[in-house]
Design a protein around this ligand. Structure first.
Ligand SMILES: Cc1cc2nc3c(=O)[nH]c(=O)nc-3n(C[C@H](O)[C@H](O)[C@H](O)COP(=O)(O)OP(=O)(O)OC[C@H]3O[C@@H](n4cnc5c(N)ncnc54)[C@H](O)[C@@H]3O)c2cc1C
Length: 363
């Protein structure tokens, strides 16, 4: 039985329930000038737009190439994460042909499929919702390389400001905080293993239960938790289906952007700040190792599609549909590792995701 039609129907209802009060807040026409123009309404820039527009004196424009995340009902359902891949909410990139990796990729020869989110929410709409901060070493290394103000002790207050920890054991930890916009929970739908919590919070090395961004059973994206609640502000204009094509350069200074919307090119100007961004982009490769377990626990199609599951989700926002399937996480430093921080990340997914991945791979 295919889970998608059921998931889509539930998603439509749930997305409506969750976002209806905040829809229709995008604008069609832009002003000629703003204080800040933000290109792309992805994970980071939803937060940026929300924070900048907290000051009513800032006029902020957010231009997004894709549509509204509410167009794809499955985005809000944690258990349906993989069904968002390879849809209109995904740029559907593939990497260049590789000589030494990508052998297990289905389809094009040795090219990694490279999902990237398109639309309000960006890649946050198709990710697995795991909440992972970088390790202390990541930030301290940035600072050592000249990024003053980006060391771990500098960024920690901002993590704390954003966080709304909903894991009882961590509520009194000095590394966590309550009351921020970003809900962090432990996915408790399936307790498959008695995972030993060895994670050491300072070094991020060891094994632990996964922390995920889910709020009241819905994907806790930065779009839902930061941008949407800010979209009623008169000083924040959010435009969708607006593909930025050019940064306008005047006498070697960026003064605005050109974008295409409804087949029409428009130019909008901004206050000038020179920030070299986007350099040294890196990504990690991943590989799935599927395993079948002799247990009735886990996220199976019949369990997800059962009437009790659907009812539980619609009424309480809990149950199998509210789970990401992420059970455990490990950060490991191999004997070959030359850095202070771990270089291998493992995730234990007890989930429909693997089954859906198999379907996806067969396409
Ligand atoms: C499959 C997958 C699973 C992942 N799982 C996790 C996880 O569990 N936990 C985790 O922490 N991270 C995860 N990540 C990583 C995380 O989602 C990304 O690092 C993060 O979303 C990147 O945020 P961003 O703001 O930099 O970019 P994005 O969120 O990708 O946003 C970029 C935005 O810019 C828009 N855009 C691009 N070009 C233009 C243009 N020319 N004009 C206008 N708009 C434009 C895009 O449409 C998009 O909305 C995952 C990523 C993927 C792909």
């Amino acid at each position: 039985m295919c889970a998608y039609p059921v998931l889509i129907a539930i998603g439509a209802l749930f997305a409506y329930k969750y976002t209806a009060k905040n829809t229709k807040l995008t604008v069609e026409n832009v002003n000629s000038t703003y204080d800040y123009i933000i290109i792309g309404a992805g994970s980071a820039r939803c937060v940026l737009a929300a924070r900048l527009s907290e000051d009513p004196n800032n006029r902020v424009l957010l231009l997004e190439a894709g549509g509204e995340e509410t167009d794809n009902a499955n985005i809000s359902i944690p258990a349906a994460a993989l069904s968002v891949w390879n849809t209109l909410s995904d740029w559907i990139y593939s990497a260049t042909q590789q000589r030494n990796s990508g052998f297990a990729q289905i389809g094009d020869e040795n090219r990694h499929y490279w999902p990237r989110g398109k639309g309000i929410g960006g890649s946050n709409n198709l990710n697995i919702m795991q909440y992972v901060r970088g390790s202390r070493y990541d930030y301290d290394e940035w600072e050592d390389q000249g990024c003053d103000g980006w060391g771990y002790d500098d960024v920690l207050p901002y993590f704390l400001k954003s966080e709304d920890i909903r894991i009882d054991d961590l509520k009194n930890s000095r590394f966590h905080n309550s009351g921020g916009s970003l809900a962090v929970i432990k996915d408790t739908v399936f307790f498959l293993f008695g995972i030993v919590l060895l994670m050491e919070e300072r070094s991020w090395i060891g094994f632990g239960g996964s922390q995920v961004n889910v709020r009241e059973g819905a994907r806790g994206s930065t779009a839902a938790q930061f941008l949407r609640p800010s979209m009623g502000r008169s000083n924040l204009h959010v435009v969708v289906n607006a593909h930025v094509t050019t940064v306008v350069i005047d006498n070697k200074v960026a003064t605005g952007v050109a974008f295409i919307k409804d087949n029409r090119k428009q130019i909008v100007s901004a206050v000038v700040v020179d920030l070299p961004v986007g350099q040294n982009m890196e990504n990690h490769i991943y590989s799935f190792i599927p395993a079948t377990m002799n247990t009735s626990e886990g996220l199976t199609g019949p369990k997800v599609e059962s009437l009790s599951s659907i009812g539980q989700y619609l009424i309480f926002g809990t149950g199998p549909l509210s789970t990401t399937g992420l059970v455990g996480t490990a950060f490991i430093k191999s004997s070959k590792c030359k850095t202070k921080y771990p270089e291998i990340q493992c995730h234990l997914l007890a989930t429909l995701l693997i089954q859906e991945l198999a379907k996806y791979s067969e396409k």
